[in-house]
Design a protein around this ligand. Structure first.
Ligand SMILES: [Zn+2]
Length: 251
């Protein structure tokens, strides 16, 4: 090969590894770990929909059916309903919501009130992370102490990600609405969800046991939109176990 031709080839055709890295950066595999059926949807469905539209592999896993704390309406409407029936209904709602998002779903069904994460469940979560190989993991705010199941989900994800030996790019979504100020959730980045907001609301409507979420989280998305100069936005905090180091201050 002539030197000139070789140089052109070398410059124009990135190595396969570099291509894979570029692809991962533009279409990251995204895993959302949700304590209860609706959490992923109210906090992050807009972001997940955008990733699905961009061609990313997106998966949601639920640790519990939310059969106690987040299913009050079912017990009120149907006195005497069995817990098995509540779980069945909540699972159906969860998969209906994730279907609207366009993602894959998996229900662990570890049991709620509160969630417990013994070593064998930690192993299952770690195996899920190792198998899916996410570039980005979304989960609950690590300081949501007022809601032990959310808080334990967050801790478990951090630990399971370490066990899986994979991605450390964990982004925390909103704590329960109304608690962000008390628990120090200060967003460090936002996703503009204006163009997918209607689809997010359609997904949220599938969680029929929690109809109040529509008003709560559309209000929150509007507020986060105002903070970020958009119509609607979702807010996140990026977990950074290692601080960024730069040569000079960025422009
Ligand atoms: Zn929840």
């Amino acid at each position: 090969m002539q030197r000139r031709h070789f140089l052109r080839t070398a410059l124009l055709v990135p190595a396969a590894g570099a291509l894979r890295a570029q692809e991962a950066a533009s279409r990251p595999r995204v895993l959302a770990v949700s304590a209860h059926p609706a959490d992923f949807c109210s906090r992050a469905a807009g972001t997940l929909i955008k990733h699905v539209r961009a061609g990313s592999a997106v998966k949601v896993v639920w640790l519990t059916h939310g059969e106690t704390d987040e299913s009050q309406l079912l017990y009120k409407k149907r006195p005497g309903i069995s817990i098995e029936e509540v779980r069945r209904i909540r699972e159906q709602e969860a998969f209906a919501a994730v279907h609207v998002v366009g993602a894959e779903g998996r229900m662990f069904g570890f049991g709620d009130n509160p969630l417990r994460m013994p070593p064998e469940r930690m192993q299952m979560l770690a195996q899920e992370i190792a198998a899916f190989k996410p570039n980005i993991i979304l989960t609950h705010w690590k300081e949501e102490l007022s809601y032990p199941t959310h808080w334990l989900t967050s801790r478990s994800v951090i630990e399971a990600a370490q066990m899986a030996g994979g991605s450390w790019d964990i982004r925390f979504f909103e704590p329960t609405i109304g608690t962000a100020t008390r628990y120090g959730f200060v967003p460090d980045h936002y996703v503009d969800i204006t163009e997918v907001f209607d689809q997010k609301m359609e997904a949220l409507k599938k969680l029929e046991t929690q109809p109040h979420l529509l008003e709560y989280y559309s209000t929150l998305n509007r507020m986060r939109g105002l903070e970020s100069g958009r119509r609607y936005a979702e807010a996140f905090v990026r977990w950074a176990p290692r601080p960024p180091v730069v040569d000079l201050l960025a422009r």
